[in-house]
Design a protein around this ligand. Structure first.
Ligand SMILES: [Zn+2]
Length: 249
């Protein structure tokens, strides 16, 4: 995913307390960013997850309603392994998420509720690099997160959320960080403990992984997580890391 251009990556900002990750599917955070989340929560930062779908179209052999039930439970277990404070689910349709006002409205509501300084999402770009085409759900959600970071601060956008009480506008998002981007700019160093927690976190997606690989779940989760953590090390002083494309605001 990370490009192999020789340019060094900058360190991700660390002067924040609350992050909200908004991604399309259960498993999106575990395929790459979970080791960074493990580092952050170990430092006492608060990280919450918002899933735009329940991943109901993710397992070929399971009917959507059953798949949603299984994958929701797997996501909760998975987030627990890296110290995530909260996991919530929206009910957009897996596989056919529409980028548009209803999605921005839901994300803005979550931003106004959690008041994060850092918003996380995964790759909004067309490819993962080269000709590896990204999925429409990731593109739609990533772009909507970048948009909703601004919407949340404007009291005249989705004003009904403010009138119904409980939340105010939130213009405190300082960065949107996009994981898995083919054009990373920043990275977070991840130590052995964080990588182990990320392996455990990915391995919680048991039914999902079992449906796509013959490899035992633990060994699949370990090889993927260690591969990702090493991918951009040459661009980050030889340290294992998780990369992000950072959009300061
Ligand atoms: Zn996904």
């Amino acid at each position: 995913m990370a490009s192999d251009s020789g340019e060094q990556l900058a360190a991700m900002p660390g002067d924040w307390e609350r992050a909200l990750a908004v991604v399309a599917h259960p498993d999106d955070m575990e395929y790459g960013a979970a080791a960074a989340v493990a580092e952050w929560t170990a430092e006492g930062k608060q990280v919450a997850y918002l899933m735009v779908t329940r991943g109901e179209a993710g397992i070929d052999g399971l009917e959507p309603a059953e798949s949603a039930r299984v994958r929701e439970a797997e996501q909760l277990a998975s987030a627990g392994k890296v110290g995530v404070a909260s996991v919530e689910f929206l009910d957009h349709r897996d596989g056919v998420i529409e980028e548009g006002v209803p999605l921005r409205r839901d994300i803005a509501a979550a931003v106004r509720k959690w008041r994060p300084e850092l918003l996380l999402t995964i790759n909004h770009r067309e490819t993962w690099g080269g000709t590896a085409w990204n999925t429409p759900d990731h593109r739609a959600v990533g772009r909507a997160v970048l948009d909703a970071a601004g919407d949340a601060g404007n009291r005249w956008i989705f004003p009904e959320q403010l009138e119904s009480g409980g939340v105010g506008p939130w213009s405190g998002v300082r960065w949107v960080a996009v994981g898995g981007s083919p054009e990373p700019t920043h990275a977070v160093a991840v130590g052995d403990v964080a990588v182990e927690r990320a392996v455990a976190s990915l391995a919680e997606h048991r039914a999902y992984i079992a449906a796509l690989s013959d490899e035992p779940v633990e060994s699949y989760a370990r090889s993927f997580t260690e591969w990702i953590a090493g991918l951009a090390a040459e661009r980050f002083g030889g340290r294992r890391c998780v990369t992000f494309e950072l959009y300061p605001r």
